[in-house]
Design a protein around this ligand. Structure first.
Ligand code: IPD
Ligand code: CA
Ligand code: CA
Length: 250
């Protein structure tokens, strides 16, 4: 909440932020670093010794080798810097390599998504369930378009062409964490993205599972963190989406 307030303040002053270029199309702002600092110090105080994997700091080892926080302090940086209120903070907790808790917060809309392993997924107080649609032709599917200098643009165009020929609509929100939260909430029926990092997806993966959804990597396995690709949805949509993505170019 404290990190959310900090991001909200900075979002209001987005024009004044000093922006430094981390790489083509990938901005890092003062707001980003400030939010990460707040999250790091609050979590380290609440749970001393836990390890961290954070976007800006990278891996920070802890004395407790059973627990690790996986944090993206600002997911949707490009939106943030353009004044588009679709960005989030994503925090997940792993215990012995298994995701056990996840939080995604969109400060601009005051939407707090939470999940605990075995305890369900929630948006504020409301229990979440993935959508019930079973046909791709009824489905709204989210994705992430690879940025300049990132991902394989040719492969992505093949995937996009395959999917757009079979679905009701495609959305590109610009925050992978919120994409996953939206699938958990049944707002979108599925989502895929080929090149993501663990901090983009850790909390969202748990939300999806706890909302009754399914996730695989682009090869149909469970190596989402290592491969960086992800395909999610309810059981029927996830399967159909994966199959559609894999269709060879005709
Ligand atoms: C990005 C967002 C975006 C996705 C990119 C990510 P960032 O994270 O999640 O939706 O398409 O691949 O890198 O850079 O805003 O934290
Ligand atoms: Ca991110
Ligand atoms: Ca980020």
């Amino acid at each position: 909440m404290k990190a959310g307030r900090s991001l909200s303040r900075d979002f209001g002053e987005v024009q004044n932020l000093q922006v430094s270029l981390k790489g083509p199309g990938d901005y890092v702002s003062q707001a980003d670093r400030k939010a990460e600092e707040i999250i790091h110090s609050e979590l380290a105080r609440a749970r001393p010794g836990y390890a961290f994997l954070m976007e800006e700091r990278g891996a920070v080892p802890g004395e407790d080798d059973q627990h690790r926080w996986i944090v993206d302090p600002l997911d949707g940086t490009t939106n943030f810097l353009h004044g588009i209120p679709i960005f989030s903070i994503s925090i997940a907790l792993e215990r012995q390599g298994q995701l056990v808790a996840g939080v995604i917060y969109n400060p601009a809309m005051d939407e707090l998504y939470t999940a605990e392993r075995g305890g369900g997924a929630f948006l504020n107080d409301r229990r979440l369930r993935v959508s019930g649609r079973t046909k791709l032709s009824d489905a709204v599917i989210g994705t992430g378009v690879p940025h300049l200098g990132r991902g394989h643009h040719g492969n992505f165009l093949v995937e996009l062409r395959n999917v757009m020929g079979e679905v009701a609509g495609i959305r590109r929100l610009g925050s992978a964490a919120l994409d996953l939260a939206y699938v958990a909430a049944g707002r979108m029926d599925g989502f895929w993205e080929p090149a993501l990092s663990p901090w983009d997806i850790a909390a969202g993966l748990l939300l999806i599972r706890e909302a009754g959804g399914f996730c695989t990597d682009m090869d149909g396995g469970q190596e989402m963190f290592d491969k960086g690709s992800i395909v999610v949805g309810n059981e029927a949509i996830q399967k159909a989406l994966l199959k559609t993505l894999k269709k060879p170019l005709r």
